[in-house]
Design a binder for this molecule. Structure first.
Ligand code: HEM
Length: 422
């Protein structure tokens, strides 16, 4: 945020009326345009730090329930502030994720937008690091201190955080993957417009589905062109044959058996990606999330990430994993805190508390779990299929002489037939 007191000299118009990432005054590109003749102090003489940040509302929103009921408990102030801070960060994360969803869903995709997408995802990841750490502030409160005001806040519960549910849904958590809460659906904790927004977020294109569609368009997947998948399958089979040859030469019986077992597990894993039916079965169980084609795209980007055109998409995939890891760390930190504060007692929202929350810290809540598991299928460099000259050309950054659309790329007319880099 620019300092409000700088108006009239230098002011960054980064606050847009919409969060779709493509409109507002910053051109959707994030590189805030400095408008030479921006609004001056004279345009808005009443603007003051307190007014601009609406601090009157923000700073008067810490109403201690214990105080209202005539028995003020000191630590309740911290408890309220920390939850409010969380909700503000959730709001900012949603704002950035919505913008990324919007930018990435544009077809044809202007690959120059990858930079701003990565920048915004990087911001989400940085916020998540703060969010994960700040829960420790609450550990300065003892369980006895908490017990003093816990009854005052019941039956309110973090389970009722609407933004947290919208965030999960916007990322791509499906209702059927959720851990049941006292044998009830997670929706029961919300009503009215708040519930409607959660339901909308269930059906709107999630980040997971948008990333999937984007990956399906990865250049190099076309069977009539580079045909990555056929090349990859041949390379993986060659690697497995070489491993088998090495195993056959092992003389020690125990070692040979152990290596053979390992080999069979690897073979089974590879067959789960080469056999489309097996992949579909994993999808229906929720063990895999991406379509078969999207998985191919993710693998293609990961294996050739050093090629200029794939380096930023690869960074993006890494950020998605960072986000998932940090959300998992948040769940783990939260469940540790809960056990420390209430032990095995049920939650104020009516769940079993610790046991329910422990069950949520699992792969079923990892939206981009396929990206983590991709490592199973990475090949040592010597087996990676060589790029054809045509594929090499498509993956190099200077697009000067190319006309029109190439794979994901839409080249603006102004750049066609020039030597400018996109
Ligand atoms: C003393 C500190 C805390 C305790 C004892 C606590 C306890 C609990 C419990 C027992 C639940 C399960 C639902 C229930 O039965 O109530 C829950 C859920 C939740 N809490 Fe906390 N919590 C604490 C701090 C926080 C903080 C600081 C946040 C930040 C926003 C938070 C956010 C949530 C969320 C989002 C859920 C839903 C999780 C899910 O269903 O996956 N909690 N909490």
């Amino acid at each position: 945020m620019s300092c409000p007191f700088m108006s009239g000299e230098r002011r960054e118009d980064t606050i847009s009326s919409s969060n779709n990432g493509s409109d507002g005054c910053d051109g959707g590109g994030g590189d805030a345009i400095q408008r030479a003749a921006g609004p001056s102090k004279e345009d808005n003489p009443a603007l003051h730090y307190h007014k601009y940040l609406q601090l009157e509302k923000v700073l008067s929103s810490q109403q201690l329930e214990s105080e209202r009921q005539g028995c003020k408990v000191h630590d309740e102030h911290l408890f309220i502030v920390i939850h409010q801070v969380y909700e503000l960060w959730f709001k900012q994360i949603l704002y950035e994720i919505d913008s990324v969803r919007s930018l990435l869903s544009q077809v044809p995709f202007d690959e120059r937008k990858q930079l701003v997408i990565n920048q915004r995802m990087g911001r989400v990841v940085t916020i998540m690091k703060v969010v994960v750490e700040q829960i420790h502030v609450l550990e300065t409160m003892t369980p006895m201190d908490f017990l003093e005001f816990r009854t005052y806040l019941a039956p309110a519960s973090g389970f009722e955080s609407q933004q947290f549910r919208v965030l999960e849904n916007r990322l791509g958590i499906k209702p059927e993957w959720r851990v049941k809460y006292s044998k009830r659906n997670y929706e029961h904790a919300h009503k009215g417009e708040l519930l409607a927004e959660i339901k909308r977020a269930e059906v709107d294109p999630s980040l997971l589905s948008i990333v999937q569609q984007w990956l399906e368009r990865t250049p190099g997947l076309e069977t009539s062109g580079f045909n990555f998948w056929a090349k990859f399958e041949a390379a993986a089979n060659e690697m497995m044959r070489d491993i088998l040859k090495d195993i056959e030469e092992i003389e020690d019986g125990h070692e040979k058996e152990a290596m053979m077992q390992e080999h069979n597990i690897a073979k089974e894993s590879f067959s789960s990606v080469f056999d489309v039916e097996k992949h579909k079965a994993m999808l229906s169980r929720g063990d895999r999330r991406f379509s078969h084609k999207a998985l191919q795209g993710a693998l293609l980007i990961s294996l050739y990430r050093e090629e200029s055109r794939f380096s930023q998409p690869f960074q993006f995939l890494t950020l998605l994993m960072d986000l998932d890891s940090l959300l998992m760390k948040w769940r783990l930190n939260h469940v540790q805190l809960v056990q420390r504060m209430i032990g095995g007692r049920p939650g104020t929202g009516g769940s079993s508390g610790y046991l329910y929350l422990k069950a949520t810290a699992s792969d079923r809540y990892k939206v981009f779990v396929d990206l983590f598991n991709l490592s199973t299928f990475l090949l040592p460099r010597k087996y990676i299929p060589a790029l054809t000259p045509d594929m090499q050309r498509r993956l190099s950054i200077p697009y000067g002489k190319i006309n029109g659309n190439v794979g994901n790329l839409h080249i603006p007319p102004a750049l066609v037939e020039t030597d400018r880099e996109v």
